[in-house]
Design a protein around this ligand. Structure first.
Ligand code: PSU
Ligand code: MN
Length: 304
């Protein structure tokens, strides 16, 4: 593993560090836009007083904290970065490949590097079954990794293309605390609220930090913590547009042979294209808000 100097210096002095994933850049946003967002994300973390650590696998090496040229590479479609979940890390390392890390693999690498807070867009979850199927058997490794890794993930819930109710149930079964940030409802990524309530709510970074510290240091459970932060209200996607895009995207996947890890990128692409970019603005806004909140929480945790 290679940790950037700025990141290891911050960790050594106990300063706030926020882990960031690369899959949302390489596979979640279109070329060009992704590079601008990569910089905006790092700037948002710095503005809130923490050091950003974007994580990816480069030439088979796990890298924590990327330079500008490395971010260029992650965001370049011609570099053909793989999408690496946790199980893919061994093969990618052994075979010397380049890859973007998901929430699952980013969480594992961040934790191994000593980073405790991670800000991102949307968590992977339980996929809905295709028409005629009983189960999709497609449950993101993000959930199991969060259950087994003491890391804080700040996100805007899961996309409505997933089975939100089932995802929330799995988080409960796996003993992952779900904390709504200034909300009583689990967010649905493009929309501020799903129909489902969150078990806990906090209204300040300080109380989020207190919950996290108690879970980590005084509670007997060794899981991560999910902080669910709804997209800022002015950037929420219009409800009617959202429902139309969702129905179209689901039909598109159902009538194709897209499966597994390719489903999310294909659905996101549909949302971005068919909304004329409106969903991209929402996506960008929520990521920026989440990484800023992650940084505020990381700062608050330094005095816990
Ligand atoms: N949700 C998004 N954009 C993304 C992802 C999720 O809105 O880019 C990525 C994240 O990296 C997440 C991963 O960890 O997709 C989940 O993929 P899968 O469902 O294949 O586990
Ligand atoms: Mn999956």
């Amino acid at each position: 593993m290679r940790v950037a100097e700025e990141v290891s210096a911050a960790l050594a002095t106990g300063s706030a560090v926020v882990a960031l994933e690369s899959t949302l850049l390489a596979h979640g946003l279109p070329p060009g836009r992704n590079r601008k967002v990569a910089t905006a994300i790092e700037d948002a973390v710095r503005a809130a007083g923490a050091v950003p650590a974007t994580i990816a696998v480069l030439d088979g090496q796990m890298c924590v904290g990327l330079g500008s040229a490395e971010l260029d590479l992650v965001c370049d479609p011609d570099a053909e970065f793989l999408k690496l979940s946790a199980r893919d890390l061994g093969p990618a390392i052994a075979l010397g490949r380049d890859g973007a890390t998901t929430i699952a693999s980013t969480s594992m690498i961040a934790h191994a590097a000593g980073i405790g807070v991670f800000g991102t867009g949307g968590l992977g979850g339980v996929h809905l079954p295709a028409p005629g199927e009983v189960s999709s058997w497609d449950v993101s490794a993000d959930l199991d990794v969060l259950a087994a890794t003491p890391i804080v993930v700040v996100c805007s819930g899961v996309k409505s293309v997933l089975d939100i109710a089932a995802t929330i149930e799995v988080l409960e079964t796996r003993s992952v605390p779900v904390v709504g940030y200034r909300t009583d409802f689990f967010p649905a990524f493009y929309r501020r609220e799903s129909r489902f309530r969150v078990p806990w709510r906090v209204d300040t970074p300080a109380s989020a930090a207190a919950v996290i510290a108690a879970h980590r240091d005084r509670g007997p459970v060794r899981s991560g913590v999910l902080v669910a932060n709804p997209v800022p209200v002015e950037h929420e996607l219009d409800a009617g547009l959202h429902d139309r895009l969702l129905a179209e995207g689901m039909a598109k996947v159902a009538h194709s042979d897209v499966r597994g890890g390719d489903v999310t990128p294909v659905l996101l692409e549909h949302f971005h294209t068919a909304s004329g970019g409106a969903s991209l603005d929402t996506n960008e806004a929520l990521v920026l808000a989440n990484v800023a909140l992650a940084a505020e929480i990381a700062v608050a945790l330094t005095s816990e």
